[in-house]
Design a protein around this ligand. Structure first.
Ligand SMILES: C[S@@+](CC[C@H](N)C(=O)[O-])C[C@H]1O[C@@H](n2cnc3c(N)ncnc32)[C@H](O)[C@@H]1O
Length: 367
C-alpha cells in the first residue's frame, strides 16, 4: 500500500532529521496520493479565483496576445500553446474558441502530471480536445509557439530563509512534534543558496524572512528547449527585487483552504494550497540565461488594457444599459455580472496586480 503523506513525512524526519521547508512544501502539494494538487482538480471551492476560472474573457483576451505572437512569428501553421499546470482547462477552452474565429491554426499541449486533472481537461475541451495533446513534462518535441503558465510558478516549492544577527542567514526546517509538525532553524541546506541569500539579506533586518525558488532556473531551460522559436508568457502573484523583500519582511509563504488563508503551512499538510510570491527579477534572469529575451514585467491590469479590455467593458456596459432600457431585467442582470467579473481581472487590489512576463526566443520582442 502507498505510504500516506503524513507517514512519509514522519518517516523521513525520523530517519534523517528535520526536512528543509522546501521538501515539506513539495510533499504537501505533490505527494502522489495525498498532495494538495494530486488529490483534486484545481478550481473547486468558492475561494478559488484564478483569472481563467472567473470569466471566459480572460481566455479570450489571452487569445489576442496569442494572435499577436503568431503574427510576429510570421503566421506559422501550426502555432502551439504549451500550457503548464492548466487546471480545469478553462483558459485553453476559451482561448481555443476565440482563436478559431481569428483564423489562428492553434494546437494546445497541456503539461499536466496528474491523471485526474488530464481527464478533466479532456472532458472540459469536448470536441476541441482533438486539437490538443497531453504530456507530463516539457520534454516533448520542440514546437513553434508559446509556453504559457498562469498561477503556476507560485506553487513551485521554495527554500524558506530567515535573516539572523549580523546578516547571516538560516534556513527553516520542519520537524515532527507529537502529532504535528514544527519549525526549526538550521544551516543552509544547499551551498547554491549562499549567494542569493546574501543578496536578499543585505536588504533585510534580523528576523526577516524570504524565499528562494530553485526550480525556476531548470524550468526556464526546459521551457526554452520546448520551443524552436516563440514566446514564454508567465502570469503570477509576485514582485521585483528588492520590493519582494522590502514589502514582505515576514516572507510571502501563504496557505489557502476554504474561504480563508489559514495561518500555518505546517498544519494538516495536503489539505491546503501553499504558495510563495514569484520573484520576477529572478525569473527574468533565469529566462535570459535559458535563451529568452525578456520584455518588461508589467501588471495584469496594464497588460489587459493593451489587449483591449476597456473596449470590451464598454460594449458589455452598453449592452446591459440597452437591455435595462428595454425592460429585459434578467439579461441586464446577467450582463452586469459579466461586467463585474471582467473588471475583477484588472482590479488593482486583486487579480490586476498579478505580474506578467513575456519573453521571446528567436522571435521579435513582445510589444
Ligand atoms: C493554482 S493552480 C493553477 C491552475 C490554472 N493555471 C488556473 O489558472 O486556474 C497551479 C497548478 O500548477 C500545477 N503545477 C505546479 N508546478 C508544475 C510543474 N512544474 N509542471 C506542471 N504543473 C505544475 C499544479 O499541479 C496545479 O495544478
Amino acid at each position: 500500500m502507498a505510504t500516506s503523506l503524513r507517514q512519509d513525512l514522519r518517516e523521513r524526519m525520523g530517519s534523517s532529521g528535520p526536512l528543509p521547508f522546501i521538501d515539506f512544501m513539495q510533499a504537501a502539494l505533490y505527494h502522489p496520493s495525498d498532495g494538495y494538487y494530486a488529490s483534486r482538480v484545481p478550481g473547486h471551492g468558492s475561494h478559488y479565483r484564478t483569472s481563467p476560472s472567473l470569466t471566459p474573457w480572460f481566455g479570450r483576451l489571452v487569445a489576442r496576445e496569442l494572435r499577436r505572437m503568431w503574427q510576429a512569428l510570421g503566421g506559422p501553421d501550426p502555432f502551439w500553446v504549451v500550457e503548464v499546470g492548466g487546471g480545469q482547462g478553462d483558459l485553453a477552452a476559451h482561448a481555443m474558441e476565440e482563436t478559431g474565429s481569428m483564423g489562428v491554426p492553434l494546437r494546445w499541449r497541456f503539461i499536466e502530471r496528474f491523471d485526474r486533472v488530464r481527464d478533466w481537461q479532456r472532458r472540459r475541451l469536448g470536441p476541441a480536445a482533438g486539437s490538443a495533446q497531453w504530456s507530463t513534462d516539457l520534454s516533448g518535441p520542440p514546437v513553434v509557439g508559446c509556453v504559457l503558465a498562469n498561477e503556476v510558478l507560485d506553487n513551485f516549492p521554495v527554500h524558506l530563509l530567515e535573516v539572523a544577527e549580523a546578516g547571516s542567514v538560516q534556513e527553516v526546517y520542519v520537524d515532527v512534534d507529537g502529532d504535528g509538525f514544527v519549525e526549526r532553524l538550521g544551516a543552509l541546506s544547499d551551498v547554491a543558496l549562499i549567494e542569493p541569500a546574501r543578496e536578499a539579506a543585505a536588504h533585510l533586518a534580523p528576523g526577516a524572512r524570504f524565499e528562494i525558488s530553485p526550480g525556476v532556473e531548470s524550468w526556464c531551460r526546459e521551457a526554452s528547449r520546448a520551443l524552436t522559436r516563440g514566446y514564454l508568457l508567465l502570469i503570477d502573484y509576485g514582485s521585483l527585487e528588492p520590493d519582494i523583500w522590502l514589502e514582505h519582511p515576514d516572507g510571502t509563504v501563504a496557505t489557502y483552504r476554504g474561504q480563508d488563508a489559514t495561518p500555518s503551512p505546517l498544519d494538516q499538510p495536503g489539505s491546503k494550497d501553499i504558495t510563495a510570491d514569484v520573484n520576477f527579477s529572478a525569473v527574468a534572469r533565469a529566462a535570459q540565461s535559458a535563451g529568452f529575451r525578456p520584455g518588461p514585467v508589467i501588471t495584469q491590469a496594464s497588460w489587459l488594457l493593451s489587449l483591449g479590455i476597456a473596449r470590451v467593458a464598454e460594449e458589455i456596459e452598453t449592452a446591459g444599459f440597452m437591455a435595462a432600457l428595454e425592460g429585459l431585467v434578467q439579461e441586464a442582470t446577467v450582463l452586469q455580472g459579466e461586467l463585474g467579473r471582467l473588471m475583477e481581472l484588472g482590479d488593482a487590489g486583486g487579480l490586476g496586480s498579478l505580474l506578467v512576463l513575456r519573453a521571446a526566443k528567436d522571435a521579435p520582442t513582445p510589444c
